[in-house]
Design a protein around this ligand. Structure first.
Ligand code: AMP
Length: 475
């Protein structure tokens, strides 16, 4: 469905009474409907923070998120969902937003401390428990301001496509950035094949600003010959490496669009480095075909460090670290992870708290950063962030096996799928798959399960992931 939201609507909810709010965090069960977007804005306008809960995720996962964020109230446009029922059984209040009457509200915003939480998103955690990333009002404002400061021409005539699940941080951008400028948001139908819906919405609704994950292009590529989107002004990609040849082909399909490669983790509020591709493909800066992730947005600081967290000079490869007003104050109630992920460093005479992204990068002579991959076992599948360790943790737990390895391997579209390798498994694999579906989000459930009598080992005695990968590529 296509929602055009040009003004501000919100619901009259008991918790929104001015001055009377005591709740800090409100759960929002997310659907592709106006009630959900209204609930998110209403929660923010009331001075509270929202925690999106995705009904297509396993109940166990949502339960962990509800418990971790100590939610007392959930706004839902589908009170009969398993998620709502589970919340009611657990003693939470669930407000049915379909029952609420739209009302004009006084938009004097409550006085908020800038460190109050705007939202918490939960990402994959290698220990098996999703970890919460709280984003403050300050972080969110800094991001939106920095995005507008990039100077893209956006006004109330623009039409943004919103193709993301509302538990994915890129979605925050695709509805907040346009609505704050009076532009409209065009969501995808909830059913059907995602890339086909993207095609239809881009074409039929004459989208002017499309924010996408690069893997969408891999799925659309067979149709590139037929695509000619004259109205598209901006194609912004984020979440995965943007490959030069496919971006160049996309440029031909969208002759007037500026292709933007945006980089950033959830922890630094959606994205914080930007590279605008020149129309002439020869001028695109890349490394091994991956387009540069560009330079920092307003007030952000990016550096590259070695394994001892010492600043590396230009051109040297190391871990990319980020500081500035967009960076989260720290993981939600997770001191261990915070100690590992943040550190203080003086750069050019100024002290910063840096977040370690886990991304391998270097800064080129011209000041642009280049993305080289990960230094750990975090991967992206269709833009979704996955800690392979989280999958392995649950498989070990369910099978009592020790040797379990999850590996992303590219399919014929050039996008990654998870293959799970198990050493000498005796359990029934189809029941294991079912059990995993009850625990993991659908995009983390491996697409392929392989049994091996014995794992190949490399010269260090570690499981040889390369040999395992090669064993299926030839199958
Ligand atoms: P998420 O928190 O889901 O946004 O995932 C953040 C991670 O996605 C980063 O740490 C990178 O590994 C990857 N990522 C995001 N944007 C880009 C990009 N433009 N190019 C390459 N990798 C990216």
């Amino acid at each position: 469905r296509d929602y055009k939201v040009t003004g501000v609507q919100t619901c009259a909810l008991p918790i929104y009474e001015k001055g009377g709010h005591t709740l800090r965090l409100v759960g929002v069960e997310v659907y592709n409907d106006i009630e959900t977007y209204t609930s998110i804005f209403g929660t923010l306008f009331a001075g509270n923070g929202f925690v999106p809960l995705n009904p297509s995720m396993p109940l166990e996962r949502n339960k962990s998120i509800i418990e971790q964020s100590e939610l007392k109230l959930i706004l839902s446009s589908n009170k009969n969902s398993d998620l709502s029922k589970m919340a009611i059984d657990a003693g939470l209040s669930v407000v049915d937003t379909k029952d609420l009457v739209a009302e004009k509200i006084d938009l004097t915003l409550p006085q908020n401390d800038e460190n109050d939480i705007a939202y918490i998103l939960f990402t994959s955690g290698s220990t098996g428990i999703p970890k919460g990333v709280p984003i403050t009002r300050n972080n969110l404002t800094a991001f939106i301001d920095a995005f507008y400061a990039l100077g893209y021409q956006i006004d109330e005539n623009d039409k943004f496509m919103q193709m993301f699940e509302l538990t994915f941080d890129f979605s925050i951008f695709t509805y907040i950035a346009p609505l704050c400028k009076g532009a409209s948001v065009h969501t995808l139908p909830s059913s059907g094949i995602k890339y086909a819906n993207v095609y239809t919405v881009l074409e039929e609704q004459e989208i002017t600003f499309a924010a996408m994950v690069p893997s969408i292009l891999s799925y659309l590529r067979p149709y590139f010959e037929e695509i000619n989107f004259q109205k598209l002004k901006y194609s912004l990609f984020c979440g995965e490496a943007l490959v030069k040849d496919i971006a160049t082909e996309w440029q031909k399909c969208t002759p007037h669009s500026t292709i933007i490669n945006a980089y950033g983790p959830t922890e630094a509020t959606v994205f914080c480095l930007i590279y605008n591709c020149p129309h002439n493909a020869d001028g695109i800066i890349e490394h091994n075909d991956a387009i540069s992730i560009g330079v920092e947005m307003q007030d952000m600081k990016a550096i590259v460090v070695d394994e001892n967290l010492k600043l590396l000079p230009i051109g040297e490869k190391g871990e990319l670290c980020l500081a500035g007003p967009q960076v989260t104050p720290g993981y939600w109630k997770n001191e261990v992870k915070n100690k590992e992920s943040f550190f203080i460093l003086e750069v050019d005479g100024q002290k910063y708290t840096f977040y370690r992204t886990g991304d391998l990068a270097y800064k080129a002579d011209d000041g642009n950063f280049m993305f080289l991959g990960r230094i750990d076992f975090q991967v992206k599948v269709d833009g979704f962030r996955i800690e392979l360790g989280e999958i392995e943790h649950h498989v070990r737990h369910l099978t009592q096996l020790t040797n379990v390895v999850a590996i992303p391997i590219n399919n014929k579209f050039g996008t990654a799928e998870i293959h799970l390798f198990m050493e000498n498994i005796k359990n029934d694999i189809s029941s294991l798959e079912e059990e995993l579906k009850n625990i993991l989000p659908y995009y983390m459930v491996p697409s392929y399960f392989h049994n091996r009598i014995a794992f190949p080992l490399n010269s260090n005695g570690k499981v040889d992931r390369k040999a395992l990968t090669e064993s299926v590529v030839g199958e």
